[in-house]
Design a protein around this ligand. Structure first.
Ligand code: THU
Length: 128
């Protein structure tokens, strides 16, 4: 699918911009909205380690900042052999906005694993 290739290309670009001098683990994330717009993010670390933020949350915050809250899919790229799924904090963060999001994980050999937020976080924390 041409759209998917474009999203993966942009996720790789975001990954290149990751600021990860401490972990050396770079992540790029790209979010496609239902309106057809694309927002990307990379992980940004800090010398005060706990302040570091994941690529997925940066991408999603970027979309929210631009007034978008309806999402089609999320592509997450790392250049490693394994597939890296979004961390627990990101799953909860994503779940705030959608229970439906399709998540495409891409590894360094361009292999793809498809999942969704419901599968990754079947029961989110919510305030009733
Ligand atoms: N990281 C992400 O960007 N996304 C995740 O889902 C998990 C971890 C980042 C945070 C940190 O900069 C580095 O990967 C190592 O944990």
């Amino acid at each position: 699918m041409q759209d998917m290739e474009k999203l993966i290309r942009l996720a790789k670009k975001a990954h290149q911009n990751a600021y990860a001098p401490y972990s050396k683990f770079k992540v790029g994330a790209v979010l496609l909205t239902k309106a057809g717009n694309i927002y990307s993010g990379c992980n940004v670390e800090n010398a005060s380690y706990g302040l570091s933020i994941c690529a997925e949350r940066v991408a999603m915050s970027n979309a929210i900042t631009n007034g978008e809250k309806e999402f089609e899919n999320l592509v997450v790229y790392t250049d490693r052999k394994e597939f890296f799924l979004p961390c627990g904090a990101c799953r909860q963060f994503i779940s705030e906005f959608t229970d439906e999001l399709k998540i495409i994980i891409v590894n360094g050999m361009d292999k793809i694993k498809i999942t969704n937020i419901k599968e990754l976080l079947p029961e989110k924390f919510k305030l009733s």
